[in-house]
Design a protein. Structure first.
Length: 338
């Protein structure tokens, strides 16, 4: 079944590239705008992109036909970023980890406990004076960020015991995203980092190869992790956005009047996705508690923050370019700390 899906994905991606680069097999008079992402059709990301599709076609339907491809139909996120670079597709949703390979400045979002709370996180991400330094840092790579998508807070969840303090992580093998920053975070917190692809996590939990993982609440329900992990601890160690990127040539060659409409559409994506995300999290948490028996806990965050402070210092020392962004974030944090 996986092989069939892969073959279908490769075939569709090849057809898209063929149509975009050569125009083969197409008699369309409208410009097709292709958008790819890796989530299901029920996910807030897809719902928001569908709203964008409707908005653009309602306002520029005589010129553009927007097509949204969910569930990695155009390939993995890495594949889609490369297609966006070449202009074979026009937009895709990319993870922060992938963007970090094109601009080291994106590593700032991997820092644990970067934001004091979700309100500070949202204010920072909505502040173009802060985010433009990041969003435009990939122009030479052939793309730029056009908006951000809320992916909630990342928290620890485990098989056998609640994580109430860093001491509870000692001796536990915890799946983390495949980045050096996340591995070092776990070392500082006392746990044993086990980097692996997200698709392998459920089986690893079920077979006790790992003792837990870290992610948002949707992982409990959409990915079934709540079937095996019964303890979810809101330490809120990361708030990492997903980013919608656009082909640099496409975005910057739009006529001024059309560019304004697309910009309104990008704002709509952000608005709809955040609203849908809030509803999705509430539903996931209720289902996890009522149907799966997951217990939720809100530990004192201070010991976790203190343990990870050396990581902030080492990352900033290794990348001075992000220091102004970090300082601006701390100014926003101070407002909410008070």
């Amino acid at each position: 079944m996986k092989m069939l899906k892969k073959l279908l994905t490769v075939s569709l991606a090849a057809a898209v590239v063929c149509g975009a680069l050569t125009g083969c097999g197409s008699s369309e008079s409208k410009r097709i705008v292709r958008i790819g992402h890796n989530q299901s059709q029920e996910h807030p990301t897809h719902i928001a992109l569908t709203a964008f599709e409707e908005f653009i076609e309602e306002n520029l339907g005589d010129k553009y036909d927007v097509e949204v491809y969910p569930s990695e139909l155009l390939g993995s996120q890495t594949d889609m970023v490369q297609l966006t670079q070449t202009g074979a597709i026009d937009f895709c949703v990319a993870s922060n980890a992938i963007l970090e390979t094109f601009s080291k400045n994106y590593e700032i979002f991997n820092l644990p406990y970067l934001f004091v709370n979700a309100d500070a996180y949202h204010e920072v991400m909505d502040n173009e004076e802060i985010t433009d330094q990041l969003f435009k840092s990939t122009e030479k790579a052939g793309f730029e960020a056009v908006t951000w998508l809320d992916a909630g807070t990342r928290n620890f969840y485990t098989l056998d015991k609640m994580v109430e303090s860093p001491e509870d992580l000692k001796g536990l093998k915890i799946r983390v995203q495949q980045s050096p920053t996340n591995v070092e975070m776990m070392r500082l917190l006392g746990g044993s980092a086990t980097p692996m692809g997200f698709g392998d996590v459920y089986t690893a939990l079920q077979s006790h190869i790992i003792d837990g993982a870290e992610n948002n609440e949707l992982a409990l329900t959409d990915n079934g992790h709540g079937e095996v992990c019964k303890y979810y601890s809101y330490d809120m160690h990361q708030m990492v956005p997903d980013i919608l990127i656009g082909s640099y040539n496409f975005v910057n060659e739009l006529p001024e009047d059309e560019r304004e409409i697309f910009e309104e559409g990008f704002k709509l994506i952000n608005q709809v996705e955040r609203e849908e995300w809030t509803s999705a999290v509430e539903a996931a948490k209720a289902r996890a508690a009522e149907e799966m028996g997951v217990e939720f806990y809100y530990p004192d965050q201070a010991p976790f923050v203190e343990a990870c402070q050396p990581l902030h210092e080492s990352v900033l020392a290794g990348n001075p370019d992000i220091v102004p962004i970090y300082d601006a974030i701390q100014e926003v944090n101070a407002k909410y700390s008070e």
